[in-house]
Each structure stands twice: as C-alpha cells, then as structure tokens.
Design a protein around this ligand. Structure first.
Ligand code: TNX
Length: 527
C-alpha cells in the first residue's frame, strides 16, 4: 500500500501485525466540536475516493482518529488548543515564521484496530488524513505502518489561468480537491488578463463583461480551499496584460501609445490610475482572508522602464495599504521595491531560453515586432532574481521550463485517439517533453535561482491559451501535477521508476474526483 503514496512521506515504516480491515461504513473521530468541520472535510474526501459512507464522531473510537498534540508527546496528555474555526475562510501564511514547516508535520499510525493521525495543528491533521486516504486498498485493507512526515518546502502552489479560459466554481473546487490530495497549500488564481477580467469589482463594474466570478462565488472558492488548507493567492495582473482593462476604461491607457496592437499597458500617470489600483486591490483584499495579493507585473513588453517602475511602486503601495503582503512576477523585483516579507515569483528560466530567431521564422510578419520587444524584455530579466535575493526577498520557484504545465507531452499515449489532442493542447512555442524528463530536477538545485536565495517554495502554472475545456485542463495537469507535489513536499530525491509505480494507481481516484480527461501516458501507465 505504501507503494501508492504520492508525495512520498519522509519516513514510512511497515510494522508487525495484521492489517486494519475497514468495514462498509467508516468513522472519523475528531477531538472536539471545534474540529467537527475538519472531520467532515476528511470524511468527504474518504467517501469520494473510496465510495464508502463515512461519518464523524467527536471523541475517540474512529476507524481514523485525528488527535491534536505536539509530536513526540503522548497524544492524550495534551489535547492542545482547539483546532479552531476550520472550515471558516481563514488565511494561512505558508511562510509564517517561526513554525512554517512544523505546522504541517504529522504522525500516522495504523494498527489492526485503527488509524491515528497526530499533529500539532488542524493543518497537520489534514495532511496526515490525505496520507491515510492513499493507504487504503481497493480491498479496504490497510497494512500496519508508522509514518512520520512534514514538508520540504513551505509554499507548494499551482497557478490557474482562469482569465484565458474561465472555469466554473465547481470546476475550481475540483482543482482544489486535487491540490489537497497532493498536499499543495496554495491556489494562485490568475484572475485578470488581456482576454478577460474574471472577478466582479463593485467599484469598476465595466471590467467584467464576459464570464466572471461574483464576489460571492469568489468567497465560496476561498472558503472551500481554506477548509482543505489551501490558501488562495489572487492575482490582478498589471500594468501589462491589460487589454481587458483599457477596453473598459480607455482613460487608463494614458498618453503612451503601445508599440504593438497586441501589447497593452496602463499608464501610472493617467489621472484615474492611482485610484483604480487602490480600488481594485482594496476590493480584492477585502474578499481575501489569506495574507497575500499577487500584483502581476510580468511581460509589460515595450513599456518604458520608468513608467513601469512607477506603476509597480504604485501597486506595491496600494497592496500594502490593504494590510497584505505582495507577490509579484520577477520583473517587478527589478526596481528594488519588494521587501523581505513579499515574494518574487521567478519564472524565466534557462531551461527554455527565449529563441527569437526560431519564433520569427514560424510567426507571421505582423508578430515580428512583438517578438523583438519580448526578446528585449527577457534580456533585461537576467537581473531580476539577483535583485530580489539582494533585497532579502524570498523567491518562489516557477521556472517555466519545468513548472509550466501548458507544455505538450513528448511520450506516446496508451490510447491512439489522444494523439490529436496531444498536438492541440499546450503551448506551441515550447519544446514537448516527456513526463520523465520533467521529473529530473529538484527545487534545491535549480540553476535559475542563486544559491544564496531564500526559496519560498515551488509553484507550478497552467496557462490556458490552448485549453478549450475542463478535459484539456485535466490533460495538462495529469499525470504531471503529482510529480510536482513530490518535488515540493518530499525531502531528498526520489527515483522516477519508483515514483511512476506509485502514481499510476491514482488514475482510479482522478476519475472519481472528476478528472477523467487525464493523459494516458505510456511512460507512466506502461505500454
Ligand atoms: C508567460 S508567465 C506568461 C503568460 C503566458 C505564458 C504561457 C507569465 C508571468 N506570463 O502570460 O500565458 O507565458 O506559457
């Protein structure tokens, strides 16, 4: 059964004795009324993965017992603080000091009579429960085992592009389910881009003229994620990627004429710009219990340096005025405005150099000027991450060569009819890679990140220009996302062959969670 665990825990020891044989109705026991909501979330997960009715009891005597206690202590000796308002939309800071990593640690013991997760926080209990869920066999037996576990990296995220392709609240919840199963703790929502602004703004109603989340929808997503200990980090991407903004509020374009029609940026000197930035970030902060706002800042191609820096400074100030910390794409670090409690998200990587020549050859002539602007911008980006590191700003690793999941697969499919989709889904400018190739790295030794950087953690991204529906999303995320979970959670390196064998049986759970569109990779599932 251990052979199905992804991400692999720190320590797993099989123990003597008979297996735990689960019946036809399961019970999750929680320590107090205050943690009933946590129990319900865990019960729901077990039901959905295994198709067995599961109820919650306060006290002991469950098939799965969740016990709040310091690790290493007798679980009964110190019931600890109440896990509190679990299920309420609360905001966890993945980089919280001093107990960042230990907050998610847990111990799991399975004996012939019951399973018990012990952890000092509700979050740790939840992480341990997801491990238990993966240990249960199709025969409902669990081999006796002792697991001691905790994450290698504090920030383990996925950025979801709901701007290029809108996903319904129910679909985003499905994404959260997947994140929770693999112990991710951040859902970064890329809420705005040139193609659309996807969150209702009471102060600027014209922004949302297509599919969008009402503020209540957004609250619902945040609460659902919080119940699974996933913090939503919402992004409003400015000053570039803003056709949707200037379409609705042309005055924000200011005097500067962008050098290409595919480029749009906001002018910090436009009369309404400061109020606009303060209003949208203010509304976003008010809706977001988590401690971070992402202010974007990427790819403002062709925007002169000075207004770009001014705009970023304006966003930083407005973001901080809400009481939140700020995350920004690496370009925003260039002007030195980020602080040690902010986060710089590093995405431009050596693994995928921007090859202007090759792109020009393939692109129609009207794109050539744009490619040149991009090339210029990427050249300048070399100093971004060193600037962040020099300023003591933690770096979030999202190198696109490894962590952008809008990349086509190179390996064959088990099913011939998936070949057509394989050619369509995923960014055409990226080299296709096999799942195995994408497994060959480790967060501690990324060449794109200076050795003296404070690494916040790892965040994958799935950009959705090529995604036409939920099945396309499933196709890009699975089977690759769990591999990233293993990089982010597991300490030390694991071997591909071993990993492949552990993840292949998960396809059954993906289907149960509504992810039937996953790629039937021959490399992962065998031929
Ligand atoms: C770069 S990553 C972008 C996105 C695109 C993506 C395609 C980043 C900060 N900007 O706007 O969707 O490449 O992979």
């Amino acid at each position: 059964m251990v052979e199905k665990l992804v991400p692999l825990p720190q320590r797993v020891n099989g123990t003597e004795g008979a297996a735990l044989r689960l019946g036809s109705r399961w019970c999750v026991a929680v320590p107090s009324e205050g943690s009933r909501a946590l129990g319900e979330t865990v019960a729901g997960l077990l039901e959905r993965l295994h198709g067995v009715a599961t109820f919650v009891r306060v006290g002991g005597g469950g098939d799965l017992n969740l016990m709040l206690a310091q690790l290493g202590a007798d679980p009964r000796a110190d019931p600890g603080a109440d896990p509190g308002a679990v299920g309420a939309a609360r905001g966890i800071d993945p980089l919280d000091e001093p107990d960042g990593l230990t907050r998610e640690a847990y111990a799991l013991t399975v004996t012939q009579t019951a399973a018990t997760v012990t952890a000092p926080t509700a979050e740790g209990l939840f992480r341990g429960a997801t491990t238990f869920a993966q240990l249960i066999g199709t025969d409902r037996a669990v081999a006796p085992v002792e697991v001691a576990d905790g994450p290698a990296w504090a920030w383990r995220g996925l950025s979801l592009d709901v701007a290029r392709r809108f996903f319904t609240v129910a679909e985003v919840k499905r994404v959260v389910d997947l994140l929770a199963l693999y112990k991710f703790n951040v859902l970064h929502l890329h809420l705005t881009d040139s193609q659309g602004w996807r969150l209702e703004m009471e102060s600027r109603p014209r922004l949302t003229d297509g599919d969008f989340y009402t503020q209540d929808d957004y609250r619902e997503i945040v609460a659902y994620a919080a119940a699974r200990f996933v913090t939503v980090v919402p992004e409003i991407d400015m000053p570039g990627h803003t056709h949707s903004v200037v379409r609705a509020y042309p005055a924000l374009r200011g005097e500067t004429v962008p050098p290409h029609e595919l480029v749009a940026f906001l002018d910090p000197r436009a009369e309404d710009a400061p109020r606009f930035v303060a209003d949208v970030l203010g509304e976003l902060a008010a809706l977001t219990p988590g401690p971070y706002l992402h202010i974007g800042g990427d790819e403002a191609f062709g925007m002169p340096r000075e207004p770009y820096a001014e705009f970023v400074a304006m966003s930083l100030e407005a973001g901080r005025a809400t009481g939140k910390k700020v995350v920004a794409w690496q370009e925003a670090a260039r002007s030195g405005g980020l602080r040690p409690d902010d986060v710089a998200q590093c995405w431009i990587g050596e693994a995928d150099p921007f090859d202007a020549e090759a792109l020009r050859e393939r692109a129609a002539p009207e794109y050539h000027a744009l490619i040149d602007l991009a090339a210029e911008a990427f050249e300048e980006s070399a100093g971004d991450v060193p600037a962040a590191v020099a300023g003591g700003v933690p770096v979030l690793a999202s190198p696109k060569g490894l962590l952008y999941l809008d990349r086509r697969y190179a390996e064959d499919s088990l099913l011939p009819d998936q070949t057509a989709r394989r050619a369509k889904v995923g960014h055409r400018d990226y080299e296709p890679r096999t799942s195995r190739e994408l497994f060959a790295w480790s967060p501690g030794t990324l060449t794109d990140i200076p050795a003296d950087a404070r690494v916040a953690g790892v965040e994958a991204a799935v950009w959705c220009e090529t995604v036409k529906g939920f099945d396309d999303l499933a196709f890009l995320l699975l089977p690759r996302l769990p591999a990233i979970a293993e990089k982010a959670w597991t300490r030390g390196e694991t071997a591909w062959e071993d990993y492949r064998g552990r993840v292949a049986p998960h396809a059954h759970w993906w289907e149960r969670l509504g992810w039937n569109g996953y790629y039937r990779s021959s490399e992962v599932f065998g031929r």
